[in-house]
Design a protein around this ligand. Structure first.
Ligand code: NDP
Ligand code: 2IT
Length: 453
């Protein structure tokens, strides 16, 4: 069997074995197709059945979470943690609380996390978890009760050297606080079992900013390769949560103009870019009050488009040079990609996980767009989580400047790794292929070194 057939066989096998998990299939296809050249050159990966092994999680935990709302009514949700791969370190990855969460979603995220974490250069394996719990409209007390009950089961599976969860969609500083409090109460140990913690109790400076800042640093590296920078560029950002907020801040600091933000209800156009006042209102509304972006649009009299995606309104208003999808998976489809390319797009830096469909990615690449794939471009968040783990182990706290410096260096290294492997395997500039191979070889070689599991 040649490498191409091997890859197709494994993909078919994964699909048959994991029915009704389209997002997981998509993530596996995206990675495996780019690995053909390295499998051709290095037969050891086929011999050791690395693809069969790497697509099968080491452990999958599914549990019931029962919680009581403010009216005394009981609700049942499903909690899960997928411990995907521990070849290079303890399982590491976020928790997502969103009604769309199911095993397939968590598996796609956990699978991506394996390669992303390897790219950071830090010793972290891949994992992901979450629940179909919907935090929208819940009171603080309801969120706390949910987090406590979630941790009542999760605690027995995690630990500073075993599995270290963090935030993702619907899980931010508030939730990490409640989860950490519950963990500490149950096990009676103060340890670095979660990242994204508060600054007073073991958190790292720059962790909240890390994904958005990191994606922008990565974008700068891509632009630099073409002799470009952000000055005067019109940047469409989707989402208005953690990643979008700090991408918007950094893009603006570096001279770009953020022309859109969005949430699950619609999108906002920013004709003059984002200033401190608008940024603070977005932060207050989304990160503190967990409210609606539309309220910010109303407050500043900015155009609001209910039910629309950021891309659609960005292209309607003029040129778009850069897209930073920072909300959720598959939020850029082929149609969106075509619209963006027509509007003058030069680069995409993926802040969200798997935000572009496979045909959208192909369209970007075929049209010579600089494409920064999620597992490289958004790795800054987990990278600073890794730095938070280091600081917890040493029982000290680095300054903002130290962490930011390290983050910048890591993003530069990730860019260079992707560029190096793309060149080595015959597709210079293909950061998708280069990043996948760069992450893969580190994990695969470690799996081979450690025997047959
Ligand atoms: P947040 O919960 O802080 O924000 C999510 C944002 O996306 C909100 O504006 C939300 O709108 C919007 N959104 C979520 N789901 C949908 C949907 N189905 N359709 C439309 N809009 C949606 O999450 P983060 O900013 O942390 O995460 C955003 C993306 O970045 C995710 O893909 C996540 O996996 C990825 N990521 C996050 C990292 C991190 O460190 N936080 C690290 C690396 C990647 P609303 O408020 O209305 O729900
Ligand atoms: O997708 C991601 O990389 C995250 N949500 C961050 C994970 C982490 O452990 O910080």
């Amino acid at each position: 069997m040649n490498a191409k057939e091997y890859v197709e066989n494994v993909i078919e096998h994964v699909k048959a074995k994991n029915p009704s998990q389209p997002e997981f299939h998509q993530a596996v296809e995206e990675v495996l197709h780019t690995l053909v050249p390295v499998l051709e050159k290095e037969p050891k990966y086929m011999k050791h059945k690395i693809l069969e092994r790497i697509t099968e999680p080491e452990r999958q935990i599914i549990f019931r979470v029962t919680w009581e709302d403010d009216n005394g009514e009981l609700h049942v949700n499903r909690g899960m943690r997928i411990e995907f791969n521990s070849a290079i370190g303890p399982y590491k990855g976020g928790l997502r609380f969103h009604p769309t969460v199911n095993i397939g979603i968590i598996k796609f995220l956990g699978f991506e996390q394996i390669f992303k974490n390897a790219l950071t250069g830090l010793p972290m394996g891949g994992g992901k978890g979450g629940s179909d719990f919907d935090p929208h409209g819940k009171s603080d007390a309801e969120i706390r009760r949910f987090c406590e009950n979630f941790m009542m089961e999760l605690y027995r599976h995690i630990g500073a050297d075993t599995d270290v969860p963090a935030g993702d969609i619907g899980v931010g500083g508030r939730e990490i606080g409640y989860l950490f409090g519950a963990y500490k109460k149950i096990v009676d140990r103060f340890e670095g079992v979660l990242t994204g913690k508060g600054l007073n109790w073991g958190g790292s400076l720059i962790r909240p900013e890390a994904t958005g800042y990191g994606a922008t640093y990565y974008l700068m590296e891509m632009l630099k390769s073409k002799g470009e920078d952000l000055k005067g560029k019109r940047v469409a950002i989707s989402g208005s949560g953690n990643v979008a907020q700090f991408a918007a801040e950094k893009v603006t600091q570096l001279g770009g103009k953020v022309i859109t933000l969005s949430d699950s209800r619609g999108a906002m156009y920013l004709p003059d870019g984002i200033n401190d006042e608008i940024w603070n209102a977005v932060y207050e509304t989304k990160a503190i009050k967990h409210g609606k972006l539309e309220e910010v649009a109303e407050k500043f009299d900015l155009p609001w488009y209910s039910g629309k995606k950021a891309w659609e309104i960005a292209v309607k208003e003029g040129e778009v040079h850069i897209a930073m999808p920072s909300a959720t998976q598959n939020e850029i489809d082929l149609n969106d990609a075509k619209m963006l390319v027509n509007a003058g797009l030069i680069a995409v830096a993926e802040g969200a996980n798997m935000p572009s469909t496979l045909d959208a990615i192909k369209y970007f690449m075929d049209n010579g767009i600089l494409f920064g794939p999620a597992k490289a471009a958004n790795a800054g968040g987990v990278a600073v989580s890794g730095l938070e783990m280091s600081q917890n182990s040493m029982r000290l706290q680095w300054t903002r400047e130290e962490v930011d410096q390290k983050l910048q260096q890591i993003m530069k290294n990730i860019y260079e790794t992707g560029a190096k492997y793309a060149e080595k395997y015959g597709k210079p500039g293909d950061l998708l292929m280069g990043s996948n191979i760069g992450g893969f070889v580190k994990v695969a070689d470690s799996m081979i070194d450690q025997g047959i599991y």
